[in-house]
Design a protein around this ligand. Structure first.
Ligand code: A1EG2
Ligand code: FE2
Length: 315
């Protein structure tokens, strides 16, 4: 097989609360570089690691990670709704391979996903049904979160399982880096909020619109500096990117949940998707980063990064 990896931040505020034109142009440049990279690599399978924001996974059962053999997008924040083009056979084969390697994977035969999965597919492929995909949910918001070493183990096991497929596999991580959007928290939540987080009642259109407006307003406040949210942390974000670029992925085993949250805010744990993607690529051999972009973008509530990596030649 051949393999590559892309890490891409997401934000539902893109196009809704945009930064200055020069920042926007730099992002568009970096994204175009990633698109060219993906076009040249021409993957015939995408393993997509992404988080959820209480649209598909709830506290009634909250797995640390979960692989889908079928998936439907809810269409939050104007993202595409409907079925993802899941490669069910590849998904089943990867699931078996991961379980065989001793990682206790949860499998969903019909996963519900949100903008975390949809946005990278739209941005890089122009839609949610353009390329065979294996969606892998990685919990990055719902505490308690387990050790990052287990996410690296998941990524490694999926990379090893993918390596026996005769495919061109792109490992794609969606989310991060440091950011602290107003995602609800179960601990201390009022009973109605707690019930929603546990049961996952689908919101009415009015409730969804109110929630989305709250996030958009938070982006405006974050950019204006008038907020108690944890600020974007470029130093920490670059430490994360340096670690992924260096290939010293075992470093992440020492990263504690508390440290990550303190440095990068409540949603910094979305970088777990990047760690999984790069661990998968690393499991297929040594790799090198071919592009790397970073900008703190408070308007989007995102330490925003795009990275592409390929297998080292002459392996
Ligand atoms: O849907 C939500 O509740 C949170 C939305 C959200 C906002 C900013 C950055 C993100 O990465 C993100 O996911
Ligand atoms: Fe997110």
């Amino acid at each position: 097989m051949t393999a590559a990896a892309v890490g891409l931040s997401h934000s539902p505020l893109i196009g809704r609360n945009d930064p200055a034109p020069d920042v926007l142009a730099a992002v568009e440049d970096a994204v175009e570089t990633a698109r060219s990279f993906v076009r040249a690599f021409d993957p015939d399978l995408v393993v997509l690691y992404a988080p959820d924001h209480y649209n598909g996974f709830f506290y009634k059962e909250m797995p640390p990670f979960c692989l889908a053999t079928e998936a439907n997008a809810v269409g939050d924040f104007g993202s595409a709704a409907g079925a993802l083009s899941v490669d069910t056979d590849a998904a089943r084969s990867l699931a078996r391979g991961v379980l065989d390697r001793g990682v206790d994977l949860t499998v969903s035969a019909r996963m519900t996903v949100d903008h975390g999965f949809v946005q990278p597919l739209e941005v890089l492929f122009g839609g949610i049904d353009k390329v065979p995909v294996v969606p892998v949910f990685v919990n990055g918001v719902a505490t308690p979160l387990g050790p990052v070493s287990r996410i690296r183990a998941l990524g490694t096991a999926i990379g090893e399982a993918a390596a026996v497929l005769d495919r061109r596999v792109l490992f794609l991580g969606s989310g991060g880096l440091s950011h602290d959007p107003p995602v609800p928290v179960l601990d201390g939540a009022p009973p109605r909020v707690a019930d929603a987080l546990i049961e996952g009642h689908p919101p009415t259109p009015e409730q969804r619109a109110r929630g989305e407006e709250r996030v958009i307003q938070a982006g405006r406040d974050y950019a204006a500096g008038s907020t108690r949210m944890v600020p974007i942390n470029p130093a920490w974000d670059n430490l994360v990117l340096d670690t992924l670029e260096s290939g010293r992925l075992t470093d992440v085993d020492a990263w504690t949940v508390e440290w990550m949250g303190a440095e990068g805010g409540g949603s910094a744990h979305e970088v777990r998707t990047w760690i999984a993607a790069f661990a998968s690529l690393a499991a297929t051999g040594s790799y090198r980063t071919t592009s790397r972009f970073y900008a703190p973008i408070p308007e989007w509530i995102a330490g925003f990064a795009v990275t592409t990596a390929e297998q080292e030649p002459n392996r």
